[in-house]
Every structure is written in structure tokens, then in C-alpha cells.
Write a protein that binds this ligand. Sequence first.
Ligand SMILES: Cc1cc2nc3c(=O)[nH]c(=O)nc-3n(C[C@H](O)[C@H](O)[C@H](O)COP(=O)(O)O)c2cc1C
Length: 203
Amino acid sequence: MEFLDAMQHRFACKRYDEHKTVSDAQLKQILEYGRLTPTSFGLELWSFHVIRSAGKKQALFHACFDQESVATSAFSVAVMVRKAVFADPDGDLVQSRGKRFPDPLDVFIDDYRPYYDYLNQEGHLDCWLKSQGYLAIANMMTGAAMMGVQSCAIEGYNEQQVLDVLSLDGNQWQTSLLATFGYPAEAERPKIRESLEDLVVYH
Ligand SMILES: Cc1cc2nc3c(=O)[nH]c(=O)nc-3n(C[C@H](O)[C@H](O)[C@H](O)COP(=O)(O)O)c2cc1C
């Protein structure tokens, strides 16, 4: 399927066919779309959690205000991102990520630090980290649609309950965004979108 076709036929699926499984190869490919997604400064301060066992799915269903899309999905992916303290330019995580790049570490840190300081002063670090996960989910959703797998982004969740389901510490991790995946048990809904003429401003 072409990219534009996939965009046009992807729809927010609220109920999946529980008898149709998404293969492990397809799951891996969807995760690969997430992995290849860019992050700010290439820091990748995130991890992807796949929720597919019956028990965890049920727990996540409740953590997401009993949304049927979660309960009936083949699997859900939660993009979890680090809390602000892990973005410190002098911290172990940033230093180890920074070492992977072609430039020496101090060049990378000198480039990164002023932006980090700015975000920190504005109190925007957690929001900066959280927003990056949306890109990964978007790529996973469109990539899945190209394979005929439907999805739904899930922002309706209880933060603490999601952390509990994934056995994560809220001092270290926060939820960016979740998405459910599977084959639909409902008809595709047509797109409702404003026209480009109404959306775009050229300067
Ligand atoms: C960030 C984000 C969060 C969303 N959260 C939910 C959600 O919790 N539950 C839900 O049923 N749909 C959720 N949606 C789906 C949107 O309602 C849906 O994508 C939108 O109405 C457009 O419809 P379409 O995806 O079928 O084109 C979310 C979408 C986005 C982008």
C-alpha cells in the first residue's frame, strides 16, 4: 500500500477482531518503525512496551478507562519516556548516548547543554520528552496501516495505573502515548478533515 493510501485508510479502530492475530514479524516491523523514528539530539530517552498477554491486556484495559480498543487489540504499544532528571547533560544516560556519535562527547554536550538549560528554565523538560514519543507512535500507526493492520492512539489513560501495569517507577518513567493494534471488527470510518486551504498558511 502506498503511503497516502495508508494515511487515508487508517482509522481510529475501537474494536478489533480477537480471532485474527498480528504475526510476530509484523509486530517486529511495527516496532522497527518506532525505533527508526528520530528523537531530539538523537538521545532516544524512551522504551517501547508491548502489552499482549491476556492478564496485562486486561489490566491495561482498566488503566485506559475500560476502552474496548485495548481489550480487543492484538497488542498495545506504550511508548514510555524518561523523566526530566535523566536528560541532564552531566548524567550517565546522556553521556552514554552522546558517546555514540561521530563527534567527541564534549562537542555533543556543548551543543546540547544550552538547549537543555533553556528547557529546564522554562520547566519544559518532561513535556519535551513526552512529545517525542508521539512521533514514534505516529510512524508505527502509519506503518501498520501500510500492512493492513489498524490501530488507535490512546491518550485516555490513568498515568499511575499504566506505570503499575508495566511495573515502572514514576520517578524514572512517564507515559508518552499508547496505541492499540489489530485487525478491525468494525467498518472503516471515512476521514473528517479540514481542507488544506483552511489549514495552511504560506509565508
Ligand atoms: C494523541 C491522540 C490520542 C487519542 N486518544 C484516543 C483515546 O484515548 N481513545 C480513542 O478512542 N481514540 C483516541 N484517539 C483517536 C482520535 O479520536 C482519532 O484519531 C480522531 O478522531 C481522528 O480519527 P481517525 O484517526 O479515524 O482519522 C486519539 C488520537 C490521538 C492523535
